[in-house]
Design a binder for this molecule. Structure first.
Ligand SMILES: *[C@@H]1O[C@H](CO)[C@@H](O)[C@H](O)[C@H]1NC(C)=O
Ligand SMILES: *[C@@H]1O[C@H](CO)[C@@H](O)[C@H](O)[C@H]1NC(C)=O
Ligand SMILES: *[C@@H]1O[C@H](CO)[C@@H](O)[C@H](O)[C@H]1NC(C)=O
Ligand SMILES: *[C@@H]1O[C@H](CO)[C@@H](O)[C@H](O)[C@H]1NC(C)=O
Ligand SMILES: *[C@@H]1O[C@H](CO)[C@@H](O)[C@H](O)[C@H]1NC(C)=O
Ligand SMILES: *[C@@H]1O[C@H](CO)[C@@H](O)[C@H](O)[C@H]1NC(C)=O
Length: 427
């Protein structure tokens, strides 16, 4: 724990000096009464002993039912983590002088907290707001400019005012019923953007985003990332009311691309995309009649699994699919072009299956280079175990509807653990 804090502090120092902030230089010397070791405060006088320190070192947890107000005025910098947990009687957390928390700043399961004052806070290792149904304002007046991860889950917030960070490892906004627009200046996310199950129709606008690893979007209404050129993990867009999926400048996806169960989706547009490192899955999008949105796509490193009512769909440039290929359409699209891909040898996987309206039974074949002795004619659906393993790249870090506080806590542990390395690499 001690070591982790030291690493975290040096990472923050790197961030802060790039922003020319005077907040941090090195681990400060503090008097013993401002050095806390896994300190848990359950009464106001114990919180006062923390607030009496301008600079404190250590990990502090404030929890329990003894507080109507958690009063931290006075504390400016905490080298360590601050958790306010399960303070179920607290309506107010007042930390107007707090500028920095080098580790995790967490507010979790404070069920009636409605007034959070973080007026001067600019720098945190990570910020977690979870299970705060009464909170409608972040209280970040100055605004957060340095953070490694931001997780906002199951709150009453309607906007993310004051989260002005350009680079993050994790940006996760899920299950906030009142957030219907996320318009962020984020430029780079080195691990995962996950925006899932907020208000019924969320418009996600990330116009400055140029690079990301994984992108997970669920239950969104629209998505805009016109400057995104690289996603070296996976992209998954599912269970959304989005009508058009457009990635105007994206040239490469490191792992898989999944577009699944978007019932209003009518158009895919990936005009610059040349390679998908993992699997491509386009499935169960009821209104999608064409998948002709991949004019430059040359290589797919995993398998292809596409189904729907397609009248149209081509891969003009596709010359290599490392995995199998399964296409099922009950629209007017014919399998002939895809059969050609297969006979050309462009599909390397052991399975090729294409079913269109003409071939109601099957035109599938087991490829000759199959290492399987199985003599089935592979009309079986859903037997693509190869594709499911390649497409699972981001599934462990995705949000589901109504995450409990407990499951988010686990997720955060790994987020915090990854902090130091990324913090240093940011600038
Ligand atoms: C940082 O701020 C100081 C004082 O405001 C200024 O003199 C210095 O030029 C700044 N450094 C950078 C790199 O901006
Ligand atoms: C939260 O507080 C309630 C009431 O004091 C208690 O029953 C519950 O166990 C606490 N939960 C956690 C996770 O501390
Ligand atoms: C993947 O992207 C992240 C964020 O842009 C970057 O830190 C990392 O180095 C990239 N990895 C590769 C293999 O390109
Ligand atoms: C993002 O894209 C818009 C329009 O496509 C452009 O005007 C802007 O300069 C771009 N921003 C960055 C950071 O590339
Ligand atoms: C489409 O493909 C997905 C993924 O393989 C599968 O779960 C789904 O059942 C398929 N839908 C139809 C109608 O075949
Ligand atoms: C299929 O796409 C082509 C080229 O985009 C277009 O000209 C044609 O009208 C489309 N056909 C159908 C049935 O949508």
């Amino acid at each position: 724990m001690q070591l982790k804090n030291v690493i975290a502090i040096s990472a923050i120092a790197g961030l802060a000096s790039a922003a020319n902030s005077t907040l941090t230089t090195a681990t400060p010397d503090v008097t013993s009464h401002c050095s806390f070791s896994d300190f848990t405060a359950t009464a106001s006088n114990q919180v006062q002993s923390v607030a009496a320190c301008e600079t404190a070192v250590g990990d502090i947890t404030i929890q329990g039912t003894a507080f109507g107000t958690v009063e931290l005025t006075g504390l400016q910098q905490l080298y360590g983590s601050l958790h306010v947990l399960n303070a179920t009687q607290a309506t107010t957390v007042n930390a107007p002088t707090l500028q920095l928390v080098s580790g995790e700043l967490e507010f979790n399961a404070n069920t009636i907290l409605s007034n959070l004052n973080l007026a001067q806070l600019t720098t945190v290792g990570s910020l977690t707001l979870n299970a705060l149904p009464a909170l409608d304002n972040t209280g970040l007046t100055a605004g957060l400019t340095s953070a490694d991860s931001v997780v906002i889950s199951d709150t009453g917030l309607s906007s993310l005012t004051g989260i002005n960070v350009y680079q993050l490892k994790v940006f996760n906004v899920n299950n906030n019923d009142n957030i219907d627009t996320i318009d962020s200046g984020l430029r780079e996310v080195t691990d995962t953007i996950d925006i899932s199950y907020n208000a019924e129709k969320v418009d996600v606008i990330l116009n400055q985003l140029t690079g990301a690893k994984n992108i997970v979007l669920q239950s969104i209404n629209s998505f805009s990332a016109p400057n995104l050129t690289l996603a070296n993990g996976s992209i998954a867009i599912s269970s959304s009311s989005i009508e058009k999926v457009e990635f105007a400048e994206l040239t490469s996806i490191g792992n898989s691309l999944t577009i699944n169960k978007n019932e209003d989706l009518t158009e895919l547009d990936f005009p610059q995309l040349k390679s998908i490192g993992g699997a491509l899955q386009v499935s169960d999008n009821d209104e999608l009649k064409s998948f002709a949105g991949f004019p430059k796509l040359q290589t797919i490193g995993g398998s292809v699994n596409i189904n729907g009512t397609f009248d149209n769909g081509t891969f003009e440039s596709l010359s290599r699919v490392a995995g199998g290929f399964i296409l099922k359409t009950d629209g007017d699209l014919s399998c002939s072009a895809f059969n050609k891909l297969n006979t050309n040898g462009d599909i390397k996987g052991d399975k090729f299956q294409c079913e269109d309206k003409q071939t109601t039974s099957s035109s599938s074949s087991r490829k000759s280079n199959s290492d399987s002795t199985d003599s089935s004619d592979s009309t079986e659906t859903g037997s693509n175990s190869g594709s499911s393993s390649t497409s699972s790249g981001s599934s462990s870090s995705t949000s589901s509807r109504r995450n409990g506080a407990a499951s988010n806590t686990g997720k955060l542990a790994s987020v915090v653990a990854g902090f130091a390395a990324v913090g240093v690499a940011l600038f």
